[in-house]
Design a protein around this ligand. Structure first.
Ligand code: UD1
Ligand code: CA
Length: 476
């Protein structure tokens, strides 16, 4: 829904999403800001922005940045979200105080944490629905994880009621509260008017000397406002990451979810725990992924393919029946039906491998188009090159596409045969059906159907080696 249409309807409350991402993440012991650490192949913050984007337009999503603000801003600027700077990071409550001006024009805000990346848009929608239905001033998303240690705890009025008395941080738990298993996810919906009215009641008189947003639960209660909490359907969704070990665990659970999604639609992934598959990868049924494969970015793979171990495929499109043998590296390239790649082949960006074509071991391509059934099976470099259908590129053929300043194209027609160890000095064209003698250095175009040999003629001296050996013996 566009901003205009949501504003024109009186009944639809104006909603902003505020993502707190200004903290340093001291416990990670890393120079990189915490929200830029990656799980599932992209920064924590990018996951949270993606979920936010399902509830609000980018211009209604505000990211609070502070620690290394510029690098955080740069990393996610492409999403079109708004930024608010929290120059000194004095706590989650202070972060929202910094957003005061931005949120004043909305009816409700949804507050997300930049370090809680697995949150699902459906859960957030559910949270908002309950928040509005209850007419609450604050609705907290809670969870019951296996181990609640380290999280703030939800103190309910009574166990069977929605109403919440307060949120108590780990450090402030009294002995009775230590046994509370319900935690604060760091995700909340607020009604803006009572929030702004009570926001200055926060103080920094606690162990960390920070303004805790969590204290708003008690302040709003004291002001006679309604504060409720609902549990997330799955505690895994709200797991935060405060240490590298926790980040790696989040990554593993994301990867496992991706592998399970693919297996559920008929893809076989052997030893999925050894594979690294990004969330946006798509694979058709009956394709087999062997152990230790990485499928990254927006890679798409057809049906009946087999990807053998140790291959890394990033943002590529593979047709059906494609065989990628062991240890291949493919990036931003396309491979058509029935083609066979590897082992140990490298397709660099812009390569297009035609139907049933073969690219064999130690072959590197860059912006190379191979036609149907073309073959380059051994030890070859094809850069800025077109190879016509059915042509054979012998072992050790090199296209010399670069003169140190410019790159030049090589065009090889259909059904041509380029003998082994040939160098093709671009720009150059080899016509259909032409034949190049092995070991040639080809610097001029070769017309269709011609033979070109560009090497010095062989000299053979009868008995020369025997005579030399005899001479050497005599000199001893
Ligand atoms: C917070 C909650 C805790 C909850 C947990 C869930 C508070 C006081 N505690 O604790 O109850 O169980 O999240 O994961 O809120 N941030 C800022 N500016 C700041 C401080 C933090 O933007 O000044 C951001 C951080 O970058 C982070 C988020 O707010 O993305 C949460 O801050 P963090 O310090 O990680 O809070 P926790 O100790 O995890
Ligand atoms: Ca945290």
């Amino acid at each position: 829904m566009s901003k205009e249409s949501s504003k024109s309807k009186q009944s639809t409350p104006r909603l902003a999403v505020v993502i707190m991402a200004a903290g340093k993440g001291t416990r990670l012991k890393s120079r990189r800001p915490k929200v830029l650490h990656e799980v599932g192949g992209k920064p924590l913050l990018s996951h949270v922005i993606a979920a936010a984007g399902r509830l609000a337009e980018p211009e209604d999503v505000y990211v609070i940045i502070g620690h290394q603000a510029d690098s955080v801003r740069k990393a996610v600027a492409g999403t079109g979200v708004q930024f608010i700077e929290q120059k000194e990071q004095r706590g989650t409550g202070h972060a929202i105080q910094c957003a005061r001006g931005a949120i004043a024009g909305y009816d409700h805000i949804l507050v997300l944490s930049g370090d809680v990346p697995l949150i699902q848009a459906e859960t957030l929608q559910h949270l908002m629905t309950l928040h509005l239905a209850e007419g609450a001033a604050m609705t907290i998303l809670s969870a019951k994880p296996e181990d609640p240690t380290g999280y703030g705890r939800i103190v309910r009025r009574s166990p069977d009621r929605l109403e919440v008395e307060a949120i108590v941080e780990q450090n402030n738990l009294n002995p009775e509260q230590l046994s509370i298993g319900e935690i604060n996810s760091g995700i909340y919906a607020f009604k803006v008017a009572p929030l702004l009215k009570n926001l200055d009641k926060l103080t920094d008189t606690n162990a960390h000397g920070e303004f805790y947003l969590t204290d708003m639960a008690a302040h709003l209660n004291a002001a006679g406002e309604k504060v409720v909490a609902i549990k997330a359907p799955d505690a895994v969704e709200v797991l935060g990451a405060n240490t590298i070990a926790e980040l790696v665990a989040l990554d593993a659970s994301l990867r496992a979810a991706t592998a399970n999604r693919l297996m559920a639609v008929g893809v076989t992934i052997f030893r999925p725990e050894t594979c690294v598959i990004d969330a946006e990868v798509e694979i058709e049924p009956d394709t087999i992924i062997e152990p230790f494969v990485q499928l990254l970015g927006k890679t798409k793979i057809g049906t009946d393919c087999r990807i053998r171990s140790f291959s890394v495929i990033e943002s590529c499109t593979l047709g059906n029946d494609v065989l990628i043998l062991q240890s291949c590296v493919l990036a931003e390239s396309a491979v058509a039906d029935g083609a066979r790649i590897g082992p140990f082949a490298r397709l660099r960006p812009g390569s297009e491998i035609g139907q049933d074509a073969h690219v064999g071991n130690f072959v590197e391509t860059k912006k190379a188009k191979l036609g149907k059934g073309a073959k380059a099976n051994h030890l070859t470099y094809l850069g800025d090159t077109e190879v016509g259908a059915g042509s054979n590129i012998g072992a050790g053929v090199i296209t010399c596409n670069y003169d140190g300043v410019h790159k030049y194209p090589t065009r090889i027609g259909q059904g041509a045969f380029v003998g082994s160890d040939t160098t093709l000095v671009a720009p150059i064209e080899i016509g259909d059906g032409a034949y190049i003698g092995a070991g040639s250095c080809i610097t001029r175009d070769v017309p269709s159907g011609a033979l070109a040999v560009g090497r010095s003629r062989q000299v053979t001296k009868q008995g020369w080696a025997v005579a030399r050996r005899t001479r050497m013996e005599e000199q001893k």
